[in-house]
Write a protein of this length. Structure first.
Length: 303
């Protein structure tokens, strides 16, 4: 019978895959670079396959490495669950958490405050950034857990909520009647922007990008000031915004996807506590929870 794989080697392997660097991975797993290199050499010898492609200081996964990565993640998760099952230690520690400002206004006061009440010995350091920057920060080791709002393009994003996306304009404003249609949206890499542009092109509706920002509050301000028409998830609707129905000439948008992503070490203990709290709190909330009594629009008008 084949001997079991070494979990410590798998942890190091995942750390390298996450950041694309042996040097950075060594820092994350608290080992010397030579020790990390030796672990990977032994793991590759054990499996009889190369796991990484080396290009100078940059490394990427081979086909075999990608197949191992998904399974190694599951093994690390199960290992953390077993350790937690028999642990009698109190949950104590610090979590570096990232969240887009699309959800920060609602997520921070409602969900994180309740988490701090039930887990007073876990400190959560929060940073708000656009989803693409959060994903880049995860790769560079700045976060333990992030919530991101551009779907599950990352293989290990845990989708836990979807929301309808709405075209919105200022009540009583003139932006909607303008030709070409002025848009307020995120940067060119924003998935929501790409979806909106594709939808407008599909119906041959002329538009121009009138206002660009990676800050959700700034986009909302542009809409409320009647500088442009925007598109927002249900939870981001604000008083003074008018939801635009399909009968008013704008196409249906794809739903927003909200996912949670962990660093490869962030399983079990304090990390499971926060991840479970977010998913159970935010994922189980009806969409109307966020918009209730806060937007004058009727969401059903856009359906």
């Amino acid at each position: 019978m084949a001997s079991p794989l070494d979990l410590d080697q798998l942890q190091t392997f995942c750390a390298i895959a996450d950041c694309g660097s042996f040097t950075e991975a060594a820092r994350r797993v608290y080992k010397t670079q030579s020790a990390v290199s030796m672990q990977i050499k032994r793991l590759e010898e054990r499996l009889g396959q190369p796991l990484f492609l080396r290009d100078g200081r940059k490394v990427s996964l081979t086909t075999e490495g990608e197949a191992l990565y998904a399974r190694a993640r599951r093994m690390l998760k199960i290992n953390a669950e077993i350790v937690d099952m028999f642990s009698k230690d109190d949950l104590v520690g610090n979590i570096r958490f990232g969240v887009p400002d699309d959800y920060a206004v609602k997520l921070l006061p409602v969900i994180l405050s309740s988490f701090q009440r039930t887990h007073p010995r876990i400190t959560v350091d929060v940073r708000c950034q656009p989803s693409e920057e959060l994903l880049a920060g995860m790769r560079s080791g700045r976060y333990d857990i992030i919530v991101f709002t551009q779907g599950t393009m990352h293989e290990f994003g845990e989708l836990f909520r979807t929301e309808k996306m709405y075209w919105v304009a200022s009540h009583g404003g003139r932006a909607l009647a303008s030709d070409p249609l002025p848009l307020a949206c995120g940067p060119s890499y924003c998935t929501w922007r790409a979806d909106a542009v594709e939808a407008l092109n599909r119906i041959n509706r002329d538009f121009r990008i009138a206002y660009t920002s990676s800050n959700a509050t700034a986009i909302s301000s542009a809409v409320l000031s009647d500088l442009a028409v925007g598109f927002l998830p249900e939870s981001a609707l604000q008083p003074g915004m008018r939801v635009i129905s399909q009968e008013q000439g704008l196409p249906r948008l794809n739903e927003a996807q909200i996912a949670l992503l962990r660093a490869s070490h962030a399983y079990g203990g304090i990390y499971d506590a926060l991840a479970t709290h977010i998913v159970e709190s935010m994922g189980n909330l009806p969409g109307s929870f966020y918009a209730r009594d806060e937007a004058t629009a009727e969401p059903s008008a856009a359906e």
